[in-house]
Design a protein. Sequence first.
Length: 521
Amino acid sequence: MPERPHDRSRRHGPARRHRVQERTTRRAPADPAAIAAALLPRDDLVAEREVAPGVFEAREGPVRHYRRTVVVSDDGAGGATLTQTLEYRLAVPYFAWLFRLPFGRALGRPPRARPPWWAPPARLDARAATVLGLLAALAVVFGYLNTLFSQTVAFAAEQFSASNTAQGVAGGVVRGGGLVALAVAAGADRVGRRPVILATAWSAVVATATGALAPSLAGLAASQVVARGLGTALLLLVGIVAAEEVPAGTRAYAVSLLAMAGGVGAGGAVLALSLAELGPGAWRILYLLPLAAAPGLLHVGRHLPESRRYAVARRAPASATTRSRLLLLAVSGLLTSLFVAPQSQFNNRFLRTERGFSAPRISLLTIVSGLPGSVGIVLGGRIADVRGRRVVAAVALVGGTLATVAYFASRGWPLWVWPTVGTALSAAAIPALGVYGPELFPTARRGRANGLVAVCGLVGSAAGLLAAGALSDRLGSLAPAMAILGVGPLLVAALVVLAYPETAGQELEALNPEDRAAPGP
């Protein structure tokens, strides 16, 4: 049976310089309309161009290699058979396996006007996808480092016979590392994002490992001051580079992916917590585990580029708008941290001493209640990009705070329900609020401004920890202390509604006139 002209595309094999990650072939009877649609370039997850009759390659998309081949042949009964072969390699390091199946399924269907729920609202190019994957790997490291002290301090305090007040003081001291974060983030404005990110990641891992040698709770806190500051700086810079690299309609989505990656690292710390049951000092093992990240950090260092926006950043005096935005975010960070920091640090102490949970049961509750958080992060990021940041942030703050306060007052099965609800709601606020830090400041001042906001957040964390520790010791329970501190994020929700600008879909250069000479990605 002679082939139709489009069959000539069979001679066009995949480019040899690329290793094909996935190759799928779909064959089905087709009518003329389906054939005509298949022979048009796609413009959804991937923007195609036709390079030969029936052969399409990627003009833009999150792929290193891409080729779609269309073959139309007679089916022997007067009809036609449409065969499409798709070959591609995603430009997403480390996490391509998460997107491989849904990506292939989406490209196996006709193009859609709206991207699937799991995809970014605006299409990523290969560079943005690569950078986002590298940053997500760093976020995993940060997630572990940032969670480690909060997860282990209850066990360390138990070994050192320390009270809730002493534990709160230790947590406040650790948050003093915010000055380190400010210095590091400001340095990224002077010497570049890439070198500072890599130096910070390595230093944070090494500084964290020193906690394994702590002789007392005070010694543990002292060892983690620098480690926590470096970890906070790493989080800030990862978010900044993501915002500077991805399209305007995808910034909150990018923050949500980084938050999920950080959650993976935090989950690793929670899972490793069972090791603390091996003996009185077994919690020290958890401080050595980050050293295993060394090979990954070497790989990231070889592939992470400098931010394109930083390369063309303009330096200009700070404007009144910049200063007012800094004040708004700084106050919001302080008020939110008043509640979030003690909720995180005292959670294990609460479950262990007030509810009688063992370490494995604490891990199980943390994981079970944390799983809906991934859904909240994804939905929060997507809605924040498509519908706007403010409504998502306000609703998530109010709902998440009230659910968390109810959790600390619960016993029995509600202990498993309220944290699940609270985590899902609070997670939606992460991308909706987290994207404002990189968005509201010009490139040349973005690191320093975010560092100052982080310092204010850490001041709020220290104040919240001290207050929660003292109040819980005086009142005999964490529940009333958390109810009092919950006023903080409720006030932030009011600020979001009344004072925050809506930034969804706007280029950074439009939000910051100082950057208008800099091209967007």
